[in-house]
Design a protein around this ligand. Sequence first.
Ligand SMILES: [Zn+2]
Length: 425
Amino acid sequence: MKYSRKLATASIVLLSLLMVISGFFSATRAETAKTAEAATTSEWKAGAATAKITPSRPMPMSGYAGRKDNPSEGTEQDLFAKALAIEDADGNRVVIVTTDLIGILATLREDVATKVEAKYGLPPQALLMNASHTHCGPSYGRDDTRDYFEFLSGEIVRIIGEAIDTMEPANLSYASAKCGFAMNRRTPTPQGFRNHPNPEGVVDHTVPVLRVDDAEGNLKTVLFGYSCHNTTMGFMKWLGDYAGYAQEYFEADHPGVTAMFMNNCSGDQNPYPRSMLYFAQRHGRTLATAVEAALETNQSAFFHQRKLSGPMKSIFETVELEFTEESKREPFSYPVQVLQFGDGLSLIALGTEVVVDYSLRLKKELGDRGPAIWVAGYSNVYSGYIPSKRVLEEGGYEAVSRPWKPELEERIISKAHALFDEVNR
Ligand SMILES: [Zn+2]
């Protein structure tokens, strides 16, 4: 008995020693990796720029019908638009724009895309615009907010130019982590599906992260995503919500780094708990910490850590989605875009509010083809919910926003497959 206790103590000491030694070696390996990477020639160029887009006057807010046209009552947190310009060794460029807005109205994308093509020669298929879907941002598509629309569009065009002009040699990599505060919000009841937290419902807790380092190995920009409505709050002040806090905290922890949030497939996902400002802040901290965790997986070269190489490709097409005959509506031209980073990452950007089924399905169907699959929603157009066939048949809040025909899921998925195949030939 005494002997075995001694043996156990000795084993623990030995084990601790081994852990310290292996920790030392893994730290050394990480530093070596950084030095080796810095010594190689950077095949990418990248630049980022930020604009404050908080309205300078009280304005109607977007997101909750209950507010009617009542104007905003001050600023809890500034709103931002951010641009990341990336160029590969062949001079192919893409620009990713993220915004603290409810959505990207087609009129905004059209205006920005036209201007940046004329000014900077950026082809429209190389421009990805995403909205965080904060419900504490301005309603900017109205006749009485035309002044703000012009300001917003002008600022986005300006930072795209600034991001392109400030591009410098860079290294790109992709990693991911998980974050748990998003919960499915569709609960089955005898009266049908209700908008209520459902811990048994489907979710996608992945936090995909595109990391940009300069040629010396210093972190410059992180672009990260999450599939969750950005709706902790619904008060009358400007607020980026959890996504705003995640970016604010990450940037405070990494001075000089630009943190950009891209909302993913959040149509049926809510942050819980909600309705208190400190929950928005806590969710923001949780998400910022998940981004840190994703970066930590970049220490060495395992399968889930990808250093990205070119060439970069971009493709943007629309697919016609039809409404029921009774609705007598014209078909909707729905945008699907793919940004391809060599054989390492496919960023599939879908329009407006897609439910989480789209992310899960595309990752399942394309996940073994090579590149990591990142499915963003809220991109390039904003026009209500895009249910899956399942959600449409089940009914409930996300199913009834538009009178879609159930073929919409197959049409969107088929288009995403076709574009993916095109850029992965
Ligand atoms: Zn929504």
